[in-house]
Design a protein around this ligand. Structure first.
Ligand SMILES: Nc1nc2c(ncn2[C@@H]2O[C@H](COP(=O)(O)OP(=O)(O)O)[C@@H](O)[C@H]2O)c(=O)[nH]1
Ligand SMILES: [Mg+2]
Length: 206
């Protein structure tokens, strides 16, 4: 099963952030974690989201509409890229925060974590921030094909323990598509569980 994804809007600044009236699932992760590869894999396409071996290239927030599923998949800029200037990094993390904060359409955040790499403080910072927003946090452990069974189980246990309030992490590989059905199902559940924002005009009769 694939998601039929169409890139609808790209935002580089706060002013360009629009909130289409549909639930949104945000994808977050450090640069090079495999976010573009995951989007391409979900869509069954090679070049929908740019993949590159040069980290830190995607600086925008990209809204992909999922046809028939009635939600947006929102690709957030990769964080924690050391080779950029401090100012640039702060600008991106501010844009991420402005997007996540008070976003009534947010149905959940999928946090991508490299299954081979030890937990980083930037990952934990973002995870705890998302938990503070009272929105669902779904950890996805990427590049699972690069680990052996023992390493995969270790990564799973470690993240489960660190992110107690999150959903159970999903092991994922864009190469083998391990975890893809589970991820699609979990995203669908987040969308279904999301209650749409109440518009002021609907409040009057309540
Ligand atoms: N073996 C393997 N490599 C992956 C996987 N996902 C991504 N990569 C590689 O990791 C690098 C970064 O991937 P990319 O999707 O561009 O990461 P992004 O910066 O998070 O968008 C690329 O060289 C990808 O080919 C995966 O599931 N398995
Ligand atoms: Mg990318």
């Amino acid at each position: 099963m694939y998601l039929q994804l169409t890139l609808e809007t790209t935002a580089y600044t706060r002013e360009q952030l629009r909130f289409p009236d549909l639930p949104q699932i945000a994808l977050a992760g450090r640069s090079n974690v495999g976010k573009s590869s995951l989007i391409n894999s979900l869509a069954g396409q090679k070049n929908l989201a740019r993949t590159s071996s040069t980290p830190g290239k995607t600086r925008s927030i990209n809204f992909f509409q999922a046809a028939q599923k009635n939600f947006y998949l929102v690709d957030l800029p990769g964080y924690g890229y050391a080779r950029c200037s401090k100012m640039e990094r702060e600008k991106w993390s501010r844009l991420i925060q402005e997007y996540l904060q008070d976003n009534l359409h947010l149905a959940g955040v999928v946090l991508l974590l490299d299954s081979r790499i030890d937990p980083q403080s930037s990952d934990l910072d973002l995870a705890h921030y998302v938990e503070s927003l009272q929105t669902g946090l779904l950890p996805v452990l990427t590049k699972a094909d690069k680990c052996n069974q023992k390493q995969r189980q270790l990564a799973l246990k470690r993240w489960q323990k660190l992110l107690e309030r999150a959903y159970k992490p999903i092991l994922f590989s864009a190469r083998t598509r391990q975890g893809q059905p589970a991820l699609l199902e979990a995203m669908q559940k987040l969308v279904q569980a999301h209650s749409p924002p109440v518009h002021p005009e609907n409040l009057q009769q309540a």
